[in-house]
Design a protein around this ligand. Structure first.
Ligand SMILES: *[C@@H]1O[C@H](CO)[C@@H](O)[C@H](O)[C@H]1NC(C)=O
Length: 114
């Protein structure tokens, strides 16, 4: 079974709610299709080396944005989801192992300003 894990990037900062800011964030790939059981990786490049941390969200069609991870310096794992951050390369990755149909959706990353 093939499903689409859409990843779109929002440019916003977690600061007093959803305030857009100058931070440049790029997520790749924009969309991808994976087979059930496969592993998937999303990457998020940001531009502000002084930022405090980064948050990964999943957009849920009923519940809205669900926070998956907040990472500041080290990777985190939650079930089949794992997230890492490389502060030198200004890169965060979200890994999904053994993809399941319920993983379908849109994943967002947000950078918290300094
Ligand atoms: C997915 O990642 C897990 C953990 O790293 C690994 O054990 C597994 O072999 C990978 N599966 C595929 C299909 O590559």
């Amino acid at each position: 079974m093939e499903k689409s894990l859409g990843a779109s990037f929002l440019i916003f900062c977690l600061h007093l709610g959803w305030v857009s800011c100058q931070q440049k964030v790029e997520q790749s790939p924009p969309t991808q299709s994976v087979q059930e059981g496969e592993n998937t990786t999303f990457s998020c490049h940001y531009s502000d080396s002084a930022s405090k941390g980064l948050q990964w969200f999943k957009k849920h069609h009923e519940k809205g944005l669900i926070s998956l991870f907040y990472i500041a310096s080290e990777g985190k794992q939650k079930g089949r989801l794992r997230s890492t951050i490389n502060r030198k390369e200004l890169l965060s990755s979200l890994y999904i192992t053994d993809s399941q149909p319920e993983d379908s959706g849109t994943y967002l990353c947000a950078v918290e300003p300094q």
